[in-house]
Design a protein around this ligand. Structure first.
Ligand code: HEM
Ligand SMILES: *[C@@H]1O[C@H](CO)[C@@H](O)[C@H](O)[C@H]1NC(C)=O
Ligand SMILES: *[C@@H]1O[C@H](CO)[C@@H](O)[C@H](O)[C@H]1NC(C)=O
Ligand SMILES: *[C@@H]1O[C@H](CO)[C@@H](O)[C@H](O)[C@H]1NC(C)=O
Ligand SMILES: *[C@@H]1O[C@H](CO)[C@@H](O)[C@H](O)[C@H]1NC(C)=O
Length: 218
């Protein structure tokens, strides 16, 4: 029966699930994009990976994404060039209440996924973060005052960004000394639009949802 074979083909076909990828671009930096997608398993368990992409033109010296509302609150990701073809992704936390340069935090549990690097004048970091639903612990317990938590399907979650234009940093040191931003801002992201069925993703630790996702503009 044709219907039987059709049904079987549907049941056993490879998964065609794609991630819903929420993209935000600052109005003053339209070439800079921040993308996020969250497996439904993370949302259900309130624990597990989230996926982030930062993609910036090499005319920016560095570009950064922060979780929460401001510098002193939580996890900060900074992207810069390590070389003409490679990137550095530096996870940082503010250690002085957001008054100066955030410090490299080795306790962020991040993996750089395939597709990260510098191509066609763009620096891209595809990131899997295992501990981004709350503030990363810090090595200095006296400075870990943040009570930040992320609601993985919150409809109005706070984030912030900053960037600095100028020549490439050319450093693979995650503690590289960076000049202060010349542009920055805050945004609210509706993470209910950024969910995906992780039937595939949870199987492969290097799964990059940004390579085959469907796009939702914030
Ligand atoms: C690289 C060294 C950095 C220095 C020295 C620095 C310093 C400062 C200072 C002094 C302020 C308050 C004055 C103002 O509003 O201009 C500020 C604000 C801000 N910075 Fe930074 N910053 C640095 C990196 C970053 C990074 C990586 C981010 C990541 C997104 C960031 C995001 C912001 C935001 C959103 C504000 C406004 C809200 C707030 O006060 O927290 N900064 N920064
Ligand atoms: C690119 O950078 C990553 C992390 O910073 C490093 O592990 C990797 O070896 C670098 N790749 C090349 C080709 O230099
Ligand atoms: C912790 O924060 C205080 C100010 O709140 C600062 O003086 C001190 O240097 C910070 N400690 C570290 C290790 O950054
Ligand atoms: C990072 O997360 C993974 C998965 O939860 C865990 O197995 C690993 O121990 C963590 N690594 C660090 C350095 O915390
Ligand atoms: C980094 O290297 C590029 C060439 O690869 C060069 O144009 C740029 O000036 C260098 N940046 C610094 C800060 O030296």
């Amino acid at each position: 029966m044709h219907t039987f074979h059709l049904l079987q083909a549907m049941v056993f076909a490879p998964s065609l699930v794609t991630a819903n990828i929420l993209i935000y671009s600052p109005p003053s930096q339209p070439a800079l994009t921040y993308s996020i997608t969250i497996p439904d398993t993370t949302t259900a368990a309130d624990s597990g990976p989230i996926y982030l992409q930062i993609s910036a033109p090499t005319t920016l010296q560095w570009a950064s994404l922060g979780q929460g509302t401001q510098m002193d609150s939580a996890n900060i990701f900074i992207l810069y060039a390590a070389s003409p073809t490679n990137i550095t992704l530096s996870p940082r936390s503010s250690m002085d209440g957001g008054q100066s340069e955030p410090q490299y935090n080795p306790l962020a549990n991040l993996t750089l996924l395939p597709g990260s690097g510098i191509n066609n004048g763009r620096m891209t970091a595809n990131i899997r973060c295992m501990n981004c639903l709350s503030a990363w612990p810090t090595l200095s317990s006296s400075n870990s005052s943040s009570i930040y938590t992320l609601d993985p399907d919150g409809t109005s979650t706070p984030w912030f960004w900053a960037s600095q234009s100028g020549p490439s940093v050319n450093s693979s040191d995650p503690s590289a000394d960076l000049a202060m931003h010349d542009d920055k801002g805050t945004m609210q992201l509706d993470l209910s639009l950024a969910q995906f069925s992780s039937a595939r993703g949870s199987l492969d630790p290097l799964y990059n949802p940004f390579s085959d996702g469907s796009i939702v503009i914030s």
